[in-house]
Design a protein around this ligand. Structure first.
Ligand SMILES: [Zn+2]
Ligand SMILES: [Zn+2]
Length: 397
């Protein structure tokens, strides 16, 4: 049973963004894994706190949560949202956490995954901060593609919801653009806490909880973005997808993720590829397989048929005597290779069509045919017994 998010953060239902953020910072610092090594309980609390914050700090999600409870923001609701789907996984939590605390970026940008590399002693001066602001978070979206689009590659224009710089304050977070040195850390962006233990004195250096590591705080907070310098917005992005991608591949669009608070560098946009199942074709690597039902006379006598491919219909020759389950190949009608040039092939799996309803006339024809020895498999399988055609060849040379 999930706990109420307001209860998790210890705030009232009417708490404003500031109160929520403050409560989150306090609890996140308290339960951070770096401070609680090998403490499963703290880790669970940390995740719970992050989950609550992720929802309550987002106007849209908070509204849904207020209205529908956990169901409104659960993973099912998130993935049901199509393009915008995707719940936060643990690494997302850390990257959001790092962004908030200016921890020098997540693992992908180098540095410790917690951004607290200098938390317990050590230099502390090597923490790198953006010239201004905190970096924006990465954004993950899903992109559904048809097999036709994957076969050739495609350029997609998609709308995404993301954090964009606030127009009111030009992303500065301040009505007037003014900032002042953080009174807590005096501009250092980090705070030192000395603690005495039986082993001696330890100095703990952590990101400043007041300024989040920026060293400066905003004066005359912008009322539109509550001093964050970013707001939820909608933008259009062009995504160029190469041929041959498959389910689970992703494309990273540098700098197209969420804008950072107060002028921080934007995060990346990560586009996860999803392949829509196709009505006619089954994909096998870069080849596609199509099932074709052919009548018994056509299999025996051979014929030409129209077969659909990813690029329209093509004529396919069914040679006389084609056996069921034969795979016929249409070269170069598969999916473009992701690496290198060229394309896969289309395979046509031939099946025999067996009608269930027949006219009296057709039945009579088939009964007549059944009497012919060459129709029966026994004529061919018993080794010594010669088939009708073999006998005929013997006779007529
Ligand atoms: Zn500070
Ligand atoms: Zn603003």
């Amino acid at each position: 049973m999930k706990r109420d998010y307001y209860e998790v953060l210890g705030v009232s239902r009417s708490a404003d963004k500031d109160e929520i953020k403050k409560a989150y910072r306090k609890l996140a610092l308290k339960y951070h894994p770096d401070k609680n090594p090998d403490n499963k309980d703290a880790e669970d609390h940390f995740k719970e706190v992050n989950e609550a914050y992720e929802v309550l700090s987002n106007d849209d999600k908070r509204r849904r949560y207020d209205q529908f409870g956990h169901a409104g923001v659960g993973s099912s609701a998130a993935s049901g949202g199509g393009q915008y789907g995707g719940g936060a996984d643990f690494s997302d939590i850390f990257s959001a956490f790092n962004d908030m605390f200016g921890g020098g970026g997540g693992g992908r940008r180098g540095g410790s995954p917690f951004g607290f590399e200098d938390a317990f002693g050590g230099g502390g001066s090597q923490r790198k901060r953006a010239a201004s602001g905190i970096p924006g978070t990465d954004l993950k979206i899903r992109l559904k593609l048809t097999l036709e689009e994957i076969a050739k590659g495609v350029e997609k224009t998609i709308k995404i919801k993301k954090q964009v710089p606030c127009k009111e304050c030009n992303g500065s977070g301040s009505k007037t653009g003014a900032t002042e040195t953080c009174p807590t850390c005096h501009g250092a962006g980090e705070v030192r806490q000395a603690s005495k233990t039986m082993f001696g004195q330890f100095v703990n250096i952590a990101a400043c909880p007041t300024c989040g590591g920026e060293g400066r705080i905003v004066k005359d907070r912008c009322p539109s973005c509550y001093g964050e310098g970013i707001k939820q917005g909608e933008v259009t992005v062009k995504v160029t997808v190469p041929a041959g991608v498959q389910d689970g591949n992703y494309l990273t669009l540098r700098g197209q993720g969420n804008s950072g608070p107060r002028g921080g560098a934007p995060g990346d946009l990560i586009v996860m590829i999803e392949e829509k199942p196709h009505e006619l074709f089954v994909r096998n690597g870069d080849d596609v397989i199509y099932s074709l039902a052919v009548s018994f006379p056509d299999l025996v006598l051979g014929t030409k048929v129209d077969v659909p491919t990813l690029e329209g219909a093509v004529k396919l020759t069914i040679p006389a005597g084609t056996q069921p389950e034969t795979m016929l190949r249409i070269p170069g009608h598969g999916i473009g290779h992701l690496r290198g040039s060229g394309k896969g092939d289309q395979y046509v799996r031939v099946n025999v069509y067996v009608p269930k309803e027949l006219s009296q006339q057709d039945k009579d024809l088939l009964r007549g045919l059944r009497k012919s020895p060459s129709i029966s498999p026994e004529a061919h399988s018993s080794g010594g017994e010669k088939s009708f055609f073999e006998k005929a060849r013997d006779i007529f040379g």
